[in-house]
Design a protein around this ligand. Structure first.
Ligand code: MSP
Length: 645
C-alpha cells in the first residue's frame, strides 16, 4: 500500500460503510460508494492527496446464516462473494485506495489489541445481556426501537421492520453510558458534525434519552473475531466493523504509525440513515475511549426506493448495477445518481426517469453543445483554436458567469449537496448554449472568421470548465472530451484554483469525437415486454411451482374477539379439504361481506398459531390506493380446489 502523503498542501480521507457480504451489491450499495468516490475525486481536483477506503463486513450472524443457507463454510462463502463487490466497483471506476475485508488478519489482530487496551483501562466488563436483537441490522434494540404488534408474537424492530429475536447471554459490555456527557458536549461544540444537519437532532435526542452500556461480544455465534482472553465469545460485529476505518490505515501497527497519523481523523465518512446510531454514537464513544480524535464529518444519505419501498436484499427488489451499467453506460448512471438522488431525502429509482435525464441533460444540453461546436470548428478548418486577441462583452459575460457559477458550485460541494452543485453547473451549461446560439457562429464563419474563432475559443473555455467540474462524476467521458479539446489533464493538479484564476486565454487543439451520450427512444408502456429494471432476485420456475395456490370458497367467518384485526375463516378448498385460515381484514370487511367469496389461497404455508387458532393457509389480497386489501375474485365457473398455475 502506497499510502503516504506526498507534497500536496491538503489531504482528504473518505470512507464508505463496509458492506455485508450476504448477497451481491445492488444500486443502494453503489450509491454510497459513488458518493465517496466523487468526494475523493473532487478533492483531487483541488490538488489534495486523497485516500478512499471501502470494503466488506464479513462477520456476524447475518453472514453466517447466509453461508449456511448456501451450505458453505462462512470463510469460503465470503471469499466467493468479494469479487462480486470488487468487479462492479471497477466497472464503475471507483478509485478506492484500499479494500478492507474484516477477515483480513491485520484487522483481526488490531481489533483484538484494541479490546485488550479498553479492557485494561476498565472500559469493558462482563455481565449478562437480556434483550431484543435485530438480525438484519445486527443491532441490540432499546424499548423505543420496538413495536409489539401481535400478542404472543415477537415485537417488530422499528429499525428494519423485521421481527426481533430475544437474546439472553453472558457477554462483555463496553461502558457506553460513561460517554453520554462527553458525546453531548461534542455534538454541541460541533453542530456541523453531520450533513444534513437535521440528522444530528435525532442523534442528540437518542443520547439524551440515556445510553445503556453496549454488548460487544456474542457467545451463541462462532463466526466473528475471537474475543481476546475468552475464546468462547466472538466480538460483536459492529465493534469489529467500525474499527475498519482505523485498521485499514495502519492503526495498531507500529510500522505504520506515520501512515495512520497522515490520514486519521477521517475527513468524511459516508453512511446511510439506517446506520446513523452506530456511526454517530457508538463510533465516537469508541474513539473517545481509544483516545483518538473523531471524524470531521459524517455524510448521511437517504435510501433509494423502488415503488415506495427501500431497495434491499431482503425485500428482493434490488437493481443490479452491473446489468444497469451494461444497459446505460457507467457515466450516465454515475451522473444520474449524483444529480437526482438528493442526499437529504429518499429517492425513487426508475429507468424511465433515468432515460429522460440522459436524453435531456446529457445528450441534448451538454452532448449536443460539444458536438455542434466541434463539428462546426473542424468543418471550417479550425482545428487549432488560438487564444483570442480581444473579447466582446458576451465573451466576458460568459467568463464572469463561469466564475460566479464556480463559487456557487464550490459552496454546494463543500457541504456535499452534489445534487445542488450539479444543478448549478447545469444552469451554466444552459448559459453556454444560449451564448453559442446567440452568437450564431455558423453565420460568422462566412462573414467574420476572426470573430468566429473567438466564439469557438470562448465556447471551448466554457466547455473545459464544465468538463473539469464534471470529472468527479463522469471521469471517463470527460477524459475523452479533454482529448478531443487537446486539454492535458493530470490528476493532482489544483484545477479549481486554476479555474478561479483562468482568463479564457489559452488555445485548444481540436479533434473529432463520437457523440458522448446515447439518446433513448421515448418509451410507451409495453405490457408485453419483460420488466425494464434488471432484477437480481428472479425466482426459478421450479421454485415458483412449489407454492400451492388454489381457489377456495369461504364458507364460515367467525370473529376472533381477542384480536382487532383477525377473522377465523373456514374455507372449502375442494380436494385440499376444509381449511381454517386466519385473515387480518376485520378493519375492512364485515363477516357478511366475506361469506361465500371465491378467491385465491396459498395452501402449503407452514401452519401458524394465531390467538390459539392454527391457520392453515393465507388468503391473497391486493391493497388498493387507499390501503384497503381488496379481494381477488376467482370466476364462479372455477371449482373450489382448482390449482393456479
Ligand atoms: N455492514 C454494515 C455497515 C458497517 S460500516 C462499519 C451495513 N452494511 S449494509 O450492506 O447493510 O449496508 C451498507 C450501506 O448501504 C448502508 O449505509 C446502507 O444505508 C446502504 N444502503 C443499503 N440499501 C440502500 C438503499 N436502498 N439506498 C441507499 N443506501 C442503502 O449496514
Amino acid at each position: 500500500m502506497a499510502n503516504n502523503k506526498t507534497t500536496a498542501l491538503c489531504s482528504f480521507y473518505v470512507t464508505t460503510p463496509i458492506y455485508y457480504v450476504n448477497a451481491k451489491p445492488h444500486l443502494g450499495s453503489l450509491y454510497p460508494t459513488l458518493l465517496a468516490d466523487v468526494a475523493a475525486r473532487w478533492n483531487r481536483l483541488k490538488g489534495c492527496d486523497t485516500f478512499m477506503l471501502t470494503g466488506t463486513d464479513e462477520h456476524g450472524q447475518k453472514v453466517a446464516e447466509a453461508a449456511e443457507k448456501m451450505g458453505m463454510q462462512p470463510q469460503a462463502f465470503v471469499d466467493s462473494l468479494v469479487p462480486a463487490f470488487k468487479e462492479p466497483w471497477k466497472q464503475y471506476n471507483i478509485a478506492y485506495n484500499h479494500f478492507i475485508r474484516t477477515t483480513d488478519q491485520y484487522h483481526v489482530k488490531a481489533v483484538q489489541d484494541w479490546i485488550v487496551q479498553l479492557q485494561k483501562q476498565g472500559d469493558i466488563y462482563k455481565a449478562t445481556y437480556e434483550g431484543w436483537y435485530d438480525l438484519s441490522q445486527e443491532a441490540f434494540l432499546t424499548e423505543k426501537d420496538l413495536e409489539f404488534r401481535e400478542p404472543g408474537e415477537p415485537p417488530v424492530s422499528l429499525m428494519s421492520g423485521n421481527k426481533a429475536r430475544w437474546v439472553s447471554e453472558e457477554c462483555y459490555f463496553f461502558k457506553l453510558s460513561a460517554y453520554q456527557d462527553r458525546l453531548l458536549k461534542f455534538y454541541k461544540e460541533n453542530p456541523d458534525f453531520i450533513t444534513p444537519p437535521e440528522r444530528l437532532n435525532e442523534v442528540i435526542s437518542f443520547v439524551e434519552n440515556g445510553l445503556k452500556d453496549l454488548s460487544i461480544s456474542r457467545k451463541t455465534i462462532t463466526w466473528g473475531i475471537p474475543f481476546p482472553g475468552d475464546p468462547s465469545h466472538v466480538t460483536y460485529v459492529w465493534a469489529d466493523a467500525l474499527n475498519n476505518y482505523l485498521t485499514a490505515i495502519g492503526f495498531g501497527d507500529k510500522n505504520r504509525t506515520e501512515e495512520f497519523n497522515t490520514w486519521w481523523p477521517a475527513d468524511l465518512q459516508v453512511l446511510g440513515k439506517d446506520i446513523v446510531r452506530f456511526h454517530a454514537v457508538y463510533w465516537p464513544a469508541f474513539l473517545m475511549a481509544t483516545g483518538l480524535p473523531l471524524p470531521r464529518k459524517l455524510l448521511v444519505h437517504g435510501w433509494i426506493r423502488i415503488n415506495g419501498e427501500k431497495m434491499s436484499k431482503s425485500l428482493g427488489n434490488v437493481v443490479d448495477p452491473v446489468e444497469l451499467g451494461k444497459q446505460y453506460g457507467i457515466d450516465p448512471i454515475r451522473y444520474y445518481l449524483m444529480r437526482y438522488v438528493a442526499i437529504s431525502q429518499d429517492s425513487s429509482f426508475n429507468t424511465e426517469d433515468l432515460e429522460n435525464r440522459i436524453n435531456t441533460d446529457l445528450a441534448n444540453d451538454f452532448g449536443n453543445l460539444v458536438n455542434r461546436m466541434l463539428t462546426l470548428a473542424l468543418k471550417n478548418n479550425l482545428a487549432h483554436v488560438p487564444a483570442p486577441w480581444h473579447r466582446h462583452d458576451a465573451d466576458v459575460q460568459l467568463q464572469n458567469a463561469m466564475h460566479k457559477m464556480l463559487e456557487d458550485f464550490e459552496r454546494e460541494m463543500s457541504r456535499y449537496y452534489y445534487h445542488q452543485a450539479y444543478a448549478v453547473l447545469w444552469r451554466f451549461v444552459a448559459s453556454v448554449n444560449r451564448y453559442f446560439h446567440d452568437q450564431e457562429p455558423w453565420k460568422l464563419v462566412k462573414t467574420d472568421t476572426e470573430r468566429f474563432a473567438e466564439v469557438i475559443s470562448t465556447t471551448c473555455h466554457a466547455i473545459k470548465a464544465i468538463g473539469l467540474l464534471l470529472w468527479p462524476v463522469m471521469p471517463a467521458t470527460i477524459e475523452k472530451l479533454f482529448k478531443a479539446l487537446g486539454v492535458e489533464f493530470t490528476e493532482g493538479t489544483n484545477y479549481i484554483t486554476l479555474l478561479h484564476e483562468g482568463k479564457f486565454n489559452t488555445d485548444f487543439t481540436l479533434s473529432p469525437l463520437e457523440p458522448l451520450f446515447t439518446k433513448y427512444e421515448e418509451k410507451k408502456p409495453d405490457m408485453t415486454t419483460t420488466p425494464e429494471i434488471p432484477v437480481q432476485n428472479y425466482l426459478a420456475i421450479e421454485d415458483f411451482i412449489k407454492t400451492e395456490l388454489a381457489v377456495g370458497t369461504i364458507t364460515a367467518v367467525e370473529d376472533v374477539a381477542k384480536s382487532d384485526k383477525i377473522y377465523k375463516l373456514t374455507v372449502d378448498c375442494g380436494t385440499y379439504g376444509l381449511r381454517t385460515i386466519c385473515a387480518g381484514v376485520k378493519k375492512f370487511y364485515t363477516p357478511e361481506e366475506l361469506m361465500g367469496i371465491k378467491t385465491v389461497f396459498v395452501l402449503n404455508l407452514k401452519p401458524r398459531e394465531l390467538f390459539g387458532i392454527t391457520s392453515q393457509g393465507m388468503m391473497l389480497m391486493a391493497t388498493n390506493s387507499d390501503g384497503k386489501p381488496t379481494i381477488v375474485r376467482a370466476d364462479e365457473s372455477v371449482p373450489a380446489g382448482t390449482k393456479l398455475k
